[in-house]
Ligand binder design. Structure first.
Ligand code: HXC
Length: 258
């Protein structure tokens, strides 16, 4: 598929998706979001993909939803459109690991998109924020929920109510970001981390993703039971036999996703 707002490359089992609206700091408009949902869904179904990396430019991961596109909309427009709801759900439904590699501005819908990903790697230039309040709206693609679960109520309220930006150091300290790299090496490091994941059994990686995501959705008892059953289920795979045999034989495992 030819994309107008993305650059998509698949190499060595990693699908790299670059948001590509440089003139608007990668602001998320309807066309970009539709393409992104399609690209992630296609990568999820593609046997040649085991991990997905979503990134932006040096200046911006994404500066939020496109204000020019939203400015004249009324309640009924966004209500019936369900603005970005289906696209966000499609990305969140992806069963393979998705990494956000964030440099520069990561604001509003951009921050929400990064939080839909499984984990966030940040450049030391990254700036995270939920500044929607300055536009007379609240976050609308998960920010009030995911940021709160991620960094706790106090910092989430601070971010949403003041609209201030958080730098990479604060974001890592708060648990929003898993690791920070110098901006010039962010993408290289993100691809190395993706490559590490592609070496694993994709079945196991998908089980892990499902189990960790349960922690966000359910009670501890239900989550522990889910984890236990997924752990048991892993023993039905050839990859479990291979992983354990390789350990005992002191060699690298050859996973076959079976
Ligand atoms: C549309 C945007 C944009 C956006 C930047 N641009 N952000 N266009 N929507 N969200 C455009 C600018 O209009 C400008 O285009 C060009 O990108 C460069 O931006 P500048 O403002 O000139 O750059 P700079 O001075 O460096 O400031 C960068 C910035 C600022 C701090 C990131 O652009 C900014 O505050 N952007 C808006 C951030 C925001 O409020 N995000 C939340 C959006 S609401 P021109 O053509 O003028 O040169 C949201 C809701 C999500 O995300 C819910 C979805 C369901």
């Amino acid at each position: 598929m030819a994309y107008q707002n993305l650059i998509v490359e698949i190499e060595d089992y990693t699908c790299l998706i670059r948001l590509n609206r440089p003139d608007a700091l990668n602001a998320l408009n309807s066309a970009l979001m539709a393409e992104l949902a399609a690209a992630v869904t296609a990568a999820d179904r593609n046997d040649k993909v085991r991990c997905i990396v979503i990134t932006g430019s040096e200046k911006a991961f994404a500066a939020g939803a496109d204000v020019k596109e939203m400015a004249t909309k009324g309640f009924a427009d966004v209500f019936f459109d369900n603005l970005f709801g289906p696209e966000a759900e499609a990305i969140a439904r992806c069963r393979k690991p998705v990494i956000a590699a964030v440099a520069g501005y990561c604001l509003g819908g951009g921050c929400e998109l990064a939080m839909i990903c499984d984990f966030i790697l940040a450049a030391d230039t990254a700036k995270f924020g939920q500044p929607e309040i300055n536009l007379g709206i609240s976050a609308g693609m998960g920010g009030t929920q995911r940021l709160t679960r991620c960094v706790g109520k106090s910092k989430s309220m601070d971010m949403h109510l003041t609209g201030r930006f958080m730098d990479a150091v604060e974001a890592e300290r708060a648990g929003l970001v898993s690791r920070v790299f110098p901006a010039k090496s962010l993408l290289e490091e993100a691809m190395k981390i993706a490559a590490k994941i592609t070496e694993k059994s994709t079945i196991t990686a998908m089980i892990v993703k499902e189990a960790v995501n349960r922690a966000q959705e359910t009670t501890l008892a239900e989550g522990l039971l889910f984890e236990r059953r997924m752990f048991h289920a892993a023993f039905a795979t050839e990859d479990q036999k291979e992983g354990m045999a390789a350990f005992l034989e002191k060699r690298t495992p050859q996973f076959r996703d079976r």
